[in-house]
Design a protein around this ligand. Structure first.
Ligand SMILES: Nc1ncnc2c1ncn2[C@@H]1O[C@H](COP(=O)(O)OS(=O)(=O)O)[C@@H](OP(=O)(O)O)[C@H]1O
Length: 485
């Protein structure tokens, strides 16, 4: 191939075609009109054109002049102002050949560099997958890959835990930056495939902060029919004035059959978000990951404390009056947990059937079960199953593994699953009491029981009994039980 190219180039040049090769030939022809110099001069580089220049610094590539003297002599002008050497036609052909070889070589290198990025295990061609460059930087954030690419992803040697968080902050005026870490970067890529098109999301994980939203996003994007934006765009709260085109442009490319998804947990508590989202698309599917609001508040506080170690204690912030136990509902960490309150505006714009609630607790104890429900809700085939998960004892959380057991597992980053700040039991009890009526209201609205209030074992059995024996709907059984509690 290399030789073939060289010959082609040589032919083109000899024929005097236009373009740089043609010019190269013209230049060499120009040399040919100079007085001949002893061949040795050329080889030694003395008196005539230095050997290196003669072979490689072909002026024609940078200019159109055919007369070397007119170029100021920096390219091929003879040294010491000596007469330009005459180059025999044979030598000229040699130069031409050398030059062509160089060009061919460069062409070959460029074509290799540009057209053949590192491939995953060479399996692409057989699988008929589009060629997608894979980020070689192992610390790149994970993004979904086309189905075939996912199954071909190379994994890091022996790595089990995700490297520490790569945090970015949002800069007004610039594109949104990743606000948090994502799953293990290996085995997936941030590279946008060159096929498909950018769509507005058909599904959004709208909340809640610290509920387990990252886990849901990372788990669902394993599905080949899902393309997810890895970072949080914060479009419907912070960046709305940038317009839908800006928002759409942030999305990964996807095929028509694929679902585009993003997650920004702050939407759930943003008053304007439901209206704005429904204006974008009234059919969009909404996912809310809920978690016991007391645990959620502690998780939220733990995160803030990790960034600002000087903040007051949890109890000081949570209670207006610690003796009376009056809760400060203006503190965000507390306020976000008032799920029923935040849900109301959503229900003015979306039917409840368009919202799916994931239990943050079950997401940890039974990720496959929760993800099965998410897939059902999104109208996807249940492809993300228990085969994809394993429990990582060191992390204390489920992590993703490769189906079939090959390759290294992938856990969420260090900022997910942190050890919480110790809060005294009395404060926790007071907060549970505070949240109980709000939680019950929330259950009533969504007709689903979450582990966000602690049911006694007998209450759970009663629910089961009522559902099975009395043929009550789970919703009625739940409501009856929590009301009785
Ligand atoms: N598989 C797995 N691995 C690690 N962590 C998991 C997982 N599943 C759920 N979680 C819980 O997710 C909590 C973080 O929630 P979010 O991802 O919604 O946080 S954030 O709002 O995006 O900051 C995080 O909260 P903390 O434990 O307080 O760190 C986890 O409890």
């Amino acid at each position: 191939m290399f030789l073939g190219l060289a010959v082609q180039v040589l032919d083109a040049g000899s024929a005097g075609v236009t373009g740089s090769l043609g010019l190269a030939v013209q230049e060499l022809r120009g040399w040919g009109s100079w007085k001949p110099a002893p061949p040795d001069d050329l080889r030694r580089g003395g008196g005539g054109v230095p050997a290196s220049s003669a072979g490689l610094r072909v002026p024609a590539l940078s200019g159109t002049e055919t007369h070397a003297g007119a170029r100021g002599g920096h390219d091929v002008a003879p040294a010491h102002g000596a007469m330009a050497p005459r180059v025999s036609p044979r030598r000229a052909r040699r130069y031409l050949f050398a030059c062509s070889l160089c060009l061919s070589c460069s062409l070959l290198c460029y074509s290799l560099l540009l057209r053949s990025p590192p491939m995953r295990g060479g399996g692409y061609q057989q699988l008929g997958c589009p060629r997608t460059p894979i980020s070689s930087g192992g610390k790149k954030l994970l993004q979904n890959m086309p189905p075939c690419a996912l199954s071909e992803a190379p994994l890091p040697p022996g790595g089990t835990e995700v490297p520490s968080a790569r945090k970015h902050t949002h800069t007004p005026g610039g594109p949104p930056k990743p606000t948090e870490h994502r799953l293990h970067p290996q085995g997936n890529s941030t590279a946008t495939p060159r096929y498909g098109h950018k769509k507005l999301p058909q599904a959004i994980i709208v909340g809640v902060k610290k509920g387990g939203t990252r886990a849901v996003l990372e788990f669902i994007r394993v599905h080949p029919e899902v393309r997810a934006m890895g970072t949080e765009p914060h479009f419907f709260d912070r960046n709305y004035d940038r317009g839908l085109d800006w928002y759409r442009n942030l999305m990964p490319r996807s095929l028509d059959r694929q679902i585009t998804l993003e997650k920004t947990p702050s939407y759930f508590v943003t008053r304007e978000a439901p209206r704005r989202i429904s204006q974008m698309s009234p059919k969009v599917k909404l996912i809310v990951v809920v978690r016991n609001p007391v645990t959620r508040a502690i998780s939220d506080y733990t995160q803030t404390l990790s960034k600002k170690p000087d903040i007051p204690s949890f109890s000081e912030l949570a209670f207006l009056n610690q003796t009376s136990g009056e809760v400060d509902t203006t503190w965000n960490a507390i306020r976000i947990g008032l799920y029923a309150l935040h849900l109301q505006p959503w229900l003015s714009h979306f039917p409840i059937s368009q919202m799916h609630f994931v239990s943050g607790e079950r997401l940890i104890t039974d990720p496959a079960g929760e993800m099965a429900r998410v897939q059902d809700f999104l109208g996807l085939k249940r492809l993300v199953t228990d085969k994809h998960f394993y429990f990582n004892k060191t992390k204390g959380f489920p992590c993703l593994k490769k189906p079939g057991g090959g390759g290294a597992p992938r856990c969420l980053g260090k900022s997910k699953g942190r050890t919480h700040v110790q809060i005294n039991t009395e404060d926790i009890e007071q907060l549970r009491d505070f949240y109980r009526p709000h939680n019950i209201k929330f259950y009533e609205i969504v007709g689903q029981l979450f582990h966000i209030i602690e049911l006694t074992y007998s209450a759970a059995r009663l629910i089961n009994h009522m559902v099975k024996s009395w043929h009550l709907s789970p919703r009625t059984a739940i409501l009856f039980t929590v009301r009785c509690q």
